[in-house]
Design a protein. Structure first.
Length: 142
């Protein structure tokens, strides 16, 4: 059983769980109170690690246990891969100026997947949050 889990990615597990209960990406997003983009990013393999909040919402929406999702997330020591402050500042500047596609992972040199997450505070002010993750290794800026 353990070997079978290692052969299935988080993306594949979530997609299969969604299809098993007969939901589209749109319906799952609504059920989980997440965006379609967040669900698509998970199912396409762009998200290898989920925040506690997203993991909880996803488990509830798929009607599965949190532990079921945790089995398929990448097992790494995140702090080891955290960017240093200088690189994070540099990367955020590049993303803010629209040049995020030029960023490379400081660990393995692969292309970074960059995205801007739009959030609103309690007073309905737009807050832009810049995130980046490596396509090949667990490096990320959150």
């Amino acid at each position: 059983m353990e070997e079978e889990i290692n052969n299935i990615s988080l993306a594949q597990f979530v997609r299969e769980a969604r299809e098993k209960i007969g939901l589209s990406v749109t319906l799952l997003a609504k059920r989980c109170n997440l965006t379609e983009e967040e669900i698509s990013d998970i199912e396409c393999g762009k998200e290898l690690f989920l925040s506690v909040t997203i993991r909880q919402k996803l488990a509830k929406g798929l009607k599965i246990n949190l532990s079921d999702i945790l089995k398929y997330e990448k097992k790494v020591e995140i702090n080891y891969y955290a960017a240093n402050k200088e690189f994070e500042d540099y990367a955020r500047e590049k993303m803010m100026s629209g040049e995020g596609s030029e960023l490379r992972c400081p660990i393995c040199g692969s292309e970074l997947i960059c995205k801007v997450v739009k959030r609103y505070d309690a007073e309905d002010n737009l807050i832009l949050h810049y995130k980046a993750s490596c396509k090949k290794c667990p490096f990320q800026i959150v």
